[in-house]
Design a protein around this ligand. Structure first.
Ligand code: PMP
Length: 317
């Protein structure tokens, strides 16, 4: 990590200490921003940083912008280049998290998204494991907070203000002594974790919830589904999942950029399966690690190297 840290702010790279917005700004007052969280994995042996599915994150961000009437100031390609440049400038040589944010920048009173200019910024932070429990697995609760509905604040857009909902379920869970929460939709079906998607395994079936159950359609989720099918021959089904299916599941695990692939070993004080990480989760978790760190050639297509030396095999984005 370089001594001086930079951010992309109002059209240029600036000292992170100068990347500041007014307290009047719309995004602070009304939560009218959309963001992404992108992981960079440091491969010590190769002296390389791999940004995972960079392009897909910015594509999803553009979709979020469309929903929130935030005009994109940059193309996907430009944002990808900026992210690479920023990580390079910040000299990160540990796992990092890249956080781009597009937001409404008006300082006028009133919630309207119209006549309200957009801005874009991005910063990076060193970022290790989101869950410290590792292979031990998580003890979670079903939250009494419901997931926001598509016609309230659409979960499929990664809207800053929507994380007030996430914050409630996560905070209650931690204050009640759990690691995280599973959140239900208004109709009582499982939606997702507080800030991650969920998979269950029962009698050999790998299943996950539907986009119409108010999930953020995770890039990790899509990646897991693709490589589970291709490499492990496991085809995941997407369907409505009842709360009580949690308690009788053989395995449960979370996945997300922050959460990566993390086993859930207890729900509402009931052990799941053997009460330890199950074999499907283990196989997927191990493969996810290898893929994100550049150890599986077939999936180099998902990686963007930051310090790319000339002739590097991995480079397409
Ligand atoms: N759901 C929510 C609410 C999230 O915040 C995240 C993290 N971005 C996810 C799911 C997982 O999405 P992804 O795999 O794209 O990080």
């Amino acid at each position: 990590m370089a001594d001086k840290q930079f951010a992309f702010f109002e059209g240029k790279f600036v000292d992170i200490n100068d990347a500041k917005i007014s307290i009047k700004t719309h995004v602070i007052q009304y939560g009218t921003g959309v963001f992404e969280g992108i992981r960079g994995y440091w491969n010590e042996k190769e002296g390389e940083m791999y940004l995972f599915r960079l392009r897909e994150h910015f594509e999803r961000m553009i979709d979020s912008m469309k929903i929130m009437r935030i005009e994109p100031l940059h193309t996907v390609d430009e944002m990808c280049d900026m992210a690479v440049e920023l990580v390079k400038m910040n000299g990160d040589k540990t796992d990092v998290y890249v956080r781009p944010l597009a937001y409404k920048n008006s300082t006028a009173i009133g919630p309207g998204l119209h006549n309200n200019p957009s801005e874009f910024c991005m910063y990076t932070v060193p970022f290790g494991a989101y869950f410290k429990s590792g292979d031990e697995g998580l003890r979670v609760m079903v939250s009494s907070w419901r997931r926001i509905e598509d016609n309230a604040i659409p979960a499929r857009a990664k809207v800053t203000g929507a994380y007030a909902n996430t914050a409630q379920s996560k905070t209650d869970a931690v204050l009640y002594g759990f690691d995280d929460a599973i959140v239900l939709s208004e109709d009582g079906h499982i939606s997702e974790g507080s800030a991650m998607n969920i998979f269950l395994v029962k009698n050999g079936e790998l299943m996950t919830t539907l986009p119409s159950d108010n999930i953020l359609v995770g890039i990790t989720l899509g990646s897991v589904m693709e490589f589970a099918k291709e490499e492990l021959g496991i085809v995941a089904t997407k369907r409505k999942i009842d709360r009580t299916e949690l308690y009788s599941a053989d395995e449960i695990f979370f996945c997300g950029t922050g959460a990566e692939v993390t086993p859930v070993v207890e729900v509402d004080k009931r052990p799941i399966g053997t009460g330890k990480m199950g074999p499907t989760c283990k196989a997927i978790k191990d493969l996810y690690y290898k893929i994100t760190h550049g150890e599986v050639e077939k999936y180099h297509k998902w990686l963007t190297p930051v310090y790319a030396k000339k002739g590097s095999k991995i480079g397409a984005r």
